[in-house]
Design a protein around this ligand. Structure first.
Ligand SMILES: [Cu+2]
Length: 480
């Protein structure tokens, strides 16, 4: 799905415009459908069917599958019965994880990681304005609007696709959350984090917020996530979904093309064939093994980490440049705790926690996190080098969140034990003091060759807009 105006996309655009013309109170309208996921803060509806999107938990995948299924049925019905179009329309997926010529830097691979061009054009194919697939800044990030490609480091789904189990923060499908639908807490499983959250972060704007389905590209993004779930199941007999009754029996309520309520349990949602759809490929775009390097894993089960070694004393504001954040040892910190954790001879772990990550408006960029790097040395900020530990993003943490329970800030944890060991081995850390944490905007790839953008346009796209104030409330380093 990279064609400028594939017929499927053209029918989609026509249906989107049609649905946007319907009253918000109508279940098959564009806004009602988006409200199921999340509403705009200034429009808090009393409807229990709204604001239900679950993230950071094991219902993320089945809930979104049912959501896509019903949405696709509604769009197909509009195309067939209101627009006299074909009766077999199907929702395309945006395969941003596709790699051509085995090289994620090839022109073909870069093209797959650009916001598809039909979504970047304000015009319909005949040149007429008002293309409903298009959103202007700041409803999208300048980078996505320009067609600069999202980094392979941000979307490579390799680790998720290799995860042996479904449930858990370091596994494929996010954590066991009982029978609760959590909006978001930042503790996503591997697929939800990457590529899901980071792709939301790349498109930016509307896509950074819980009303993200108002951006028509949301649905194509989630179709790819849904495809990756089906691909994970298909790629190994060991890749099994949860068998807990809590998960299998949990019912998700949506609306069908007639506007009637329909319910699906997670158990019923395990196979796409049952619902009459299959993906063109369950093998294309499943990720590439990164070059040998250390991998920081989310630190599951050490919440809260028992012994704080060092922390920031206030919020850290993020900007357009690499920023080194010094962590200061706390009053009760034991000097030897960190080198002890970093020693392969002890079972102790070192955990970096970033709390209350949020922004006042879309920051329009993801960030990469490094430990022990020198912020002014480009070669240290290599995501395949020894200093890289992971990402922070702002999906679901923009502005005030009347419907979130934890206040809306996200938490990210990283087990950096092996990184510290490696830093000592490389001589980048002597075991004294605390290596700095470096946070830098995730760079984007080149815009399309025909974009005709002036040189330097790329530098501006990773600059958070004034007033967005992306920040990390606190950063702390702890040992077990
Ligand atoms: Cu999403």
């Amino acid at each position: 799905m990279t064609d400028r105006w594939d017929p499927q996309l053209l029918w989609y655009a026509r249906a989107v415009r049609r649905m946007q013309g319907k009253q918000e109170s109508q279940p098959t309208s564009w806004l009602w459908q988006a409200n199921i996921h999340g509403e705009k803060a200034e429009n808090p509806g009393p409807n229990p069917e709204w604001n239900n999107c679950p993230h950071g938990g094991w219902f993320f995948l089945p809930w979104h599958r049912a959501y896509l299924l019903c949405f696709e049925e509604i769009v197909r019905d509009v195309i067939r019965n209101e627009l006299d179009g074909p009766d077999d329309w199907a929702l395309p997926y945006w395969n941003y994880t596709r790699v051509t010529n085995g090289d994620p830097d090839s022109p073909g691979s870069q093209e797959c990681r650009r916001l598809p061009s039909a979504f970047r054009s304000p015009d319909w194919p005949d040149g007429e304005g008002g293309n409903p697939l298009f959103l202007a800044e700041p409803d999208r990030s300048p980078g996505a609007a320009l067609g600069a490609s999202v980094g392979w480091t941000e979307v490579n789904p390799y680790r998720a696709m290799q995860a042996p189990r479904f449930t858990g923060a370091t596994q494929f499908g996010s954590e066991h959350t009982g029978s609760r639908l959590l909006h978001s807490n930042g503790q996503s499983g591997l697929l939800e984090m990457q590529p899901h959250n980071l792709l939301h972060g790349y498109v930016g704007g509307v896509m950074l917020q819980f009303f993200s389905p108002r951006d028509p590209v949301f649905w194509l993004h989630h179709a790819n996530i849904d495809r990756l779930w089906a691909a994970w199941n298909a790629s190994s007999a060991e890749h099994r979904n949860p068998t807990d009754a809590d998960w299998l029996g949990f019912a998700h309520t949506f609306r069908d093309a007639q506007g009637n309520q329909v319910r699906f349990t997670s158990g019923e949602l395990q196979s796409t064939e049952e619902f009459g759809y299959v993906y063109e490929s369950l093998t294309d775009g499943l990720g590439l093994k990164p070059p040998e390097r250390l991998v920081a894993t989310p630190a599951a089960g050490v919440d809260p980490p028992p012994q704080q070694v060092a922390a920031t004393s206030g919020p850290t504001d993020l900007g357009p440049d690499a920023l080194a954040v010094p962590l200061t040892p706390g009053p009760g910190a034991r000097a030897g705790a960190l080198p002890e954790a970093a020693s392969p001879q002890t079972p102790n772990r070192a955990v970096l926690t970033m709390d209350d990550v949020r922004a006042d408006a879309p920051p329009q960029t993801n960030y990469r996190v490094f430990v022990g790097a020198r912020p002014d040395h480009e070669e240290d900020l290599d995501p395949e080098g020894p200093y890289f530990i992971g990402h922070v993003h702002f999906f679901g943490a923009v502005g005030a969140h009347p419907h979130s329970h934890g206040g809306g800030g996200l938490t990210f944890t990283f087990d950096i034990t092996e990184h510290l060991t490696e830093l000592r081995r490389l001589g980048a850390w002597d075991g004294e003091g605390v290596p700095p944490v470096v946070v830098t905007p995730a760079p984007l790839g080149p815009p399309p060759p025909d974009a005709g953008e002036p040189a330097g346009a790329l530098a501006a796209v990773s600059t958070p807009p004034p007033g967005s104030r992306p920040r990390i409330g606190s950063i702390s380093l702890s040992t077990t």
